[in-house]
Ligand binder design. Structure first.
Ligand code: SF4
Length: 203
């Protein structure tokens, strides 16, 4: 089986997955991911929102507009990135609204665990050289959860397989962190780091 076949099989498995529903969690499949198994850069978000499910692509609407404004400043074109790189999330299905109604529900640890096998397989198959975790949940996959975002954003870390991890804050309008004036310089630093790797990888 070629890598392309293995990738297509994984995508089909994710889209058909009902593990969370079977375990009694409210989620709205199908899984939302986008991109190529030949990607050298990978973004990992928290979970898709309803507009992502409707559009069938991650980081649609406002969160995507802001994310691609940041990546655009690193020289990255949105259409190019979406078609040649890879975009996924910690959990792949829409988790619904918070009980309070303000913003989307954060997937539980149990749901994250159920979906972890897919993320492990995506990372093993794509083997990205640059990983961009976006938001607390994805950042916690790589960085100590006790660190504040102000200690993490604007830094990079190399992991075992030599991939570079460059975190970004959650880019949704509901998140206030990226809107604070004092945090903008940290986002600029992260954008510069991403730009450096983008030019190293793609010239
Ligand atoms: S979030 Fe992940 S584990 Fe849960 S149903 Fe969707 S694809 Fe399956």
């Amino acid at each position: 089986m070629t890598d392309a076949d293995t990738f297509a099989k994984l995508q089909a498995e994710m889209r058909a997955c009902t593990l969370c529903l079977d375990a009694g969690y409210w989620v709205q499949p199908p899984a939302v991911t986008q991109g190529s198994h030949r990607a050298r850069m990978m973004t990992i978000g928290q979970a898709p929102g309803i507009t992502e499910v409707e559009a069938g692509r991650p980081f649609n609407a406002g969160s995507g507009k802001r994310l691609f404004e940041w990546l655009g400043r690193a020289g990255i074109d949105e259409d190019w990135f979406r078609s040649t790189q890879y975009m996924t999330s910690v959990t792949k299905c829409y988790p619904g609204r918070q009980p309070s109604g303000s913003g989307d529900r954060v997937p539980s640890r149990a749901e994250q665990k159920l979906c972890q096998t897919f993320l492990d397989r995506e990372l093993a198959l794509v083997q990205p050289e640059v990983i961009i975790p976006i938001g607390r949940l994805a950042i916690a996959l790589f960085f100590n959860n006790k660190l504040k975002l102000t200690e993490i954003i604007g830094t990079q870390m190399q992991i075992e397989n030599n991939a570079w991890v460059i975190p970004l804050p959650h880019s949704s309008g509901a998140s206030r962190w990226h809107q604070l004036q004092e945090n903008r310089a940290l986002i600029d630093k992260a954008v510069d780091l991403i730009a450096g790797h983008y030019h190293r990888l793609f010239g």
